[in-house]
Design a protein. Structure first.
Length: 405
């Protein structure tokens, strides 16, 4: 056998004046100008996130994002050097303002607009920009729920993680001696990779879809290989290094390649079985297998909590659920935890309810309610005379919920 290694060229080559795309499956004619442009973009060493927009001004960025960014950086690294800089200096340090030494053009970059731009500014630069988050469990042809995200990447990450928390259950898990959220551990990586590694000059829609047995995330990609990624042998390649660097300072992304490794590490604990798939091509597709019963159970619990919570935000319900899990014994069942969460939501909306009222509301015996209240004694207190008094949330719990409302 004679094996000849032909290195990839930085140019587009033609045969009989026709462009061919060579892939694992064979050689294919490329006729459409858009497809030829994608091949050129794949070959170029230039990152499209670094395109300079000379007319982009500091006033085009969302002013209220900067305090939030500083707080995120401070919580991740209280001694971070960016904290000593003003907002413009921070953007320059992050590589979001550039001077092209070839053309002498200077200004803020596409990465700066995507990370911090006002919604109308981003839509003017990239009119097709969006992230479409869908739930397709009951109605697989349309959707059961939908979040249409068209905002800067900082807030897009938060909105997509809220969507995840709304529709996917969490499981109790101890790492070392500390409880961690498996749901957040896994989907933090999936959502961050969906955002920071997308090829933003490609109009292909970015989607995050929850099915009954899996979650699929797909985004436009500037590929560096073809086919399914092997976690044991893959070599990570940055698609948008400036955006990745910025997310790393916020603590939302770890080192390059950690997403694939962390998802594979935690999926067995979360789903029980199945292997995640990371498929590289003109689009990058992530498939996370989930047992059907797990998602339906989570939807049922979220619906029940939302019904009890009424007008309260999903974030408040998540906070209550997480606090209850942290407070009670590991042996307490999910059914009891759900009931304890309901008690807290009821007392938040109507302080001073007694055991009899809670018993009628939740359709369980008074003895069960009293046992439940003992389990969350750190969160709930009784005030007033024994016969006419009632239960109230402790101040710490009440403040925690008010911060999230």
């Amino acid at each position: 056998m004679i094996h000849i290694q032909v290195p990839a060229s930085s140019q587009i080559h033609k045969t009989a004046n026709t462009v061919f795309n060579r892939s694992n499956d064979g050689d294919f004619k490329v006729i459409q100008p858009q497809q030829i442009a994608e091949i050129y973009n794949h070959k170029t060493a230039h990152y499209t996130e670094g395109i300079i927009y000379p007319a982009l001004r500091f006033e085009d960025f969302k002013a209220d994002l900067f305090p939030k960014i500083k707080n995120l950086i401070r919580s991740y690294n209280y001694n971070h050097p960016w904290l000593a800089l003003n907002d413009q200096q921070m953007l320059e340090k992050a590589g979001l303002w550039k001077r092209d030494l070839k053309s002498a053009q200077e200004g803020y970059t596409l990465a700066a607009a995507l990370l911090l731009g006002k919604d109308e500014v981003i839509q003017q630069i990239l009119p097709y920009f969006k992230i479409d988050a869908l739930v397709r469990i009951e109605d697989i042809y349309r959707y059961d729920d939908r979040e249409y995200i068209q905002t800067n990447l900082i807030e897009a990450y938060e909105q997509l993680m809220t969507f995840v928390g709304k529709h996917l259950p969490d499981k109790f898990y101890i790492e070392g001696d500390q409880r961690v959220s498996l749901r957040n551990k896994i989907f933090r990586e999936v959502v961050a990779n969906l955002i920071v590694h997308r090829e933003y000059m490609n109009a292909y829609p970015c989607t995050f879809i929850i099915y009954a047995d899996r979650i699929e995330a797909e985004n436009a990609n500037n590929p560096h290989g073809e086919g399914q990624i092997d976690p044991e042998r893959f070599a990570p390649f940055p698609k948008n290094p400036a955006i990745v660097k910025f997310f790393m300072q916020l603590g939302r992304v770890d080192e390059l390649g950690s997403g694939v490794l962390n998802v594979n590490r935690f999926i067995k604990e979360y789903a029980g079985s199945g292997t995640p798939q990371f498929i590289e091509g003109s689009t990058f597709k992530t498939i996370i297998p989930i047992p059907e019963g797990l998602i339906k159970e989570g939807m049922t619990q979220n619906t029940k909590l939302k019904r009890i919570g009424g007008s309260l935000s999903d974030t408040v319900s998540d906070t209550v659920s997480d606090t209850v899990s942290d407070t009670v014994s590991d042996t307490v069942s999910d059914t009891v935890k759900l009931r304890l969460s309901k008690i807290i939501l009821l007392l938040y909306q109507n302080p001073g309810r007694n055991s009899n009222e809670l018993s009628n509301e939740l359709n369980v015996s008074i003895a069960t309610i009293r046992r439940d209240l003992q389990k969350i004694a750190k969160l709930v207190t009784f005030e007033g005379p024994p016969k006419t008094g009632g239960y109230f949330l402790r101040q710490e719990m009440k403040q925690k919920m008010e911060q999230k409302s």
